[in-house]
Design a binder for this molecule. Structure first.
Ligand SMILES: [Zn+2]
Length: 369
């Protein structure tokens, strides 16, 4: 099905109307998932303006537009794949007339009438285009159409919104001289949320935890001037749940500090380089959070001259009574194992090595206070 949704230019003020709470209008068709790419290569200043228009939706709704810097004809037939969402300036509507007062048109192709498979946007070259956020078509912009807010409107059609004239909306049928609506309004956003759900869906993260133990943490200079730095990296995989975290050092402090607290908003993250010029200290660290987070340490070793000699990612260790790690001694490689006793009771630990035939080749036991 080919469906045309028109954006009509009317140079008149809109009458004031009563405003119902929610009034958005949906076309009845939507994308199978809240994301698609727009193929845009129109040159300056249009590409940047189009990206900003996409971001005005991306930042306020769960739908995410991606920018593909490639020219694609919005009149291309989706029955002849590949299917892409093209954008162009044109003096015709894919060969037909634009009509008298049409600024731009979004063509949407659906499958079964309900699933959008392709959309294309055509901007009418009959109009003089510019990019601005001020009142529509007044002052220095008299006679000029703002490409960016029209792109925001057309992108609303791409997602499946229809026109809405009973409340302030970027999806208004017409834009009036002096209008200052340049971005999605609450009603527009409610319409997208109704179609695609509120809150950005993120993939699940089976490795996120509320408690992390890092068996090795080091900071400071050794006697020969070489030094260790450790960087804590944390991200919150939830887009909605905040997480309050406490990072605690054991067996060492950094500049006298042993406890660090953070609050991560949804999707929040931090990279905290912890380093000082203190005498080398080492110990272990824990991270306790109110909601699951991903966390790791970056463990860096520098020469006295400040050249980075080696670096390793230290993943948090699952608290466990027994762990198995794999080793490879080809080329003389060695394995270093750090064990932290994250309890108050002295506990013996045994490391047993087996060769690749399963034969025990060594064993050592230590008691950690
Ligand atoms: Zn429209």
């Amino acid at each position: 099905m080919r469906k045309l949704v028109l954006f009509v230019l009317i140079l008149a003020s809109a009458a004031s109307v009563l405003q119902p709470a929610l009034a958005y209008v949906l076309t009845g068709a939507k994308w199978p998932s809240p994301a698609t790419s727009m193929y845009v290569s129109l040159g300056a200043p249009w590409d940047d303006a189009f990206i900003t228009a996409m971001n005005r939706w991306n930042q306020s709704t769960p739908f995410q537009f991606a920018f593909a810097p490639q020219s694609w004809d919005p009149c291309s037939n989706p029955n002849n794949p590949p299917r892409h969402n093209g954008v162009k300036f044109s003096d015709t509507l894919c060969g037909d007339s634009f009509g008298n007062s049409t600024l731009a048109v979004t063509e949407t192709w659906t499958m079964g009438g309900s699933t959008i498979v392709q959309a294309g946007i055509l901007f009418n070259t009959k109009y003089t285009w510019d990019v601005y956020d001020g009142p529509w078509g007044t002052g220095t912009y008299a006679g000029k159409s703002d490409f960016r807010r029209v792109a925001v409107h057309e992108l609303g059609h791409v997602m499946g919104l229809d026109h809405e004239d009973s409340v302030p909306a970027i999806m208004a049928t017409a834009v009036s001289t002096g209008s200052v609506i340049v971005a999605p309004q609450p009603d527009d956003i409610a319409g997208i949320n109704a179609m695609y759900g509120s809150g950005t869906p993120v993939p699940g993260s089976p490795t996120a935890n509320t408690y992390h133990v890092f068996p090795q943490f080091a900071d400071g200079r050794a006697g020969d001037g070489s030094y260790y730095r450790t960087t804590l990296m944390v991200s919150n995989p939830s887009s909605t749940a905040a997480s309050n975290c406490t990072f605690q050092l054991y067996g060492l402090t950094v500049n006298g500090q042993g406890t660090y607290t953070f609050t991560f908003a949804g999707s929040g993250w931090t990279i905290l380089p912890i380093n000082s010029d203190q005498t080398l200290q080492s110990g272990y660290a824990t991270l306790q959070c109110s909601a699951p987070v991903e966390a790791q340490l970056l463990y860096s070793f520098y020469s006295a001259a400040g050249t980075k000699v080696s670096e390793a990612t230290v993943f948090s260790s699952p608290p466990a009574g027994m762990l198995q790690v794999l080793g490879d001694n080809r080329g003389g490689s060695q394995i270093a194992i750090a064990i932290a006793n994250d309890s108050n009771a002295a506990t013996p630990y045994t490391i047993t090595a087996f060769d690749n035939a399963g034969n025990q080749v060594g064993s050592v036991t230590r008691t950690l206070s």
